[in-house]
Ligand binder design. Sequence first.
Ligand code: FES
Length: 109
Amino acid sequence: MSETWIEVCKLDDIVPDTGVCALIDDKQVALFRTRTGELFAIDNYDPFSKANVLSRGIVGSVGDKLVVASPIYKQHFCLATGECLEDENVKLNVYTVKAANDAVAVKAG
Ligand code: FES
């Protein structure tokens, strides 16, 4: 089966160390670009505040993990795995994302 990638935005649309929100298959996804050029995509939905806000969180690191801190209650979510550092029972969906030329694309399905 062939892979389907959904082009979401231009790489330049994401300021390094920040996130943007994209609607993919009716689901809000938070896309992040780190200062070293890595891309990550996790659910935009914060299960603690029950709001679609994670793309606006602060990107940083806790130990060796790259995380985003929820802008509401400040829980930290690992960008690579979706795990919540404060609550091991909470894990967000992660999505496969890549830079294709100067665009950002998320794998569908
Ligand atoms: S690997 Fe990121 S929180 Fe566990």
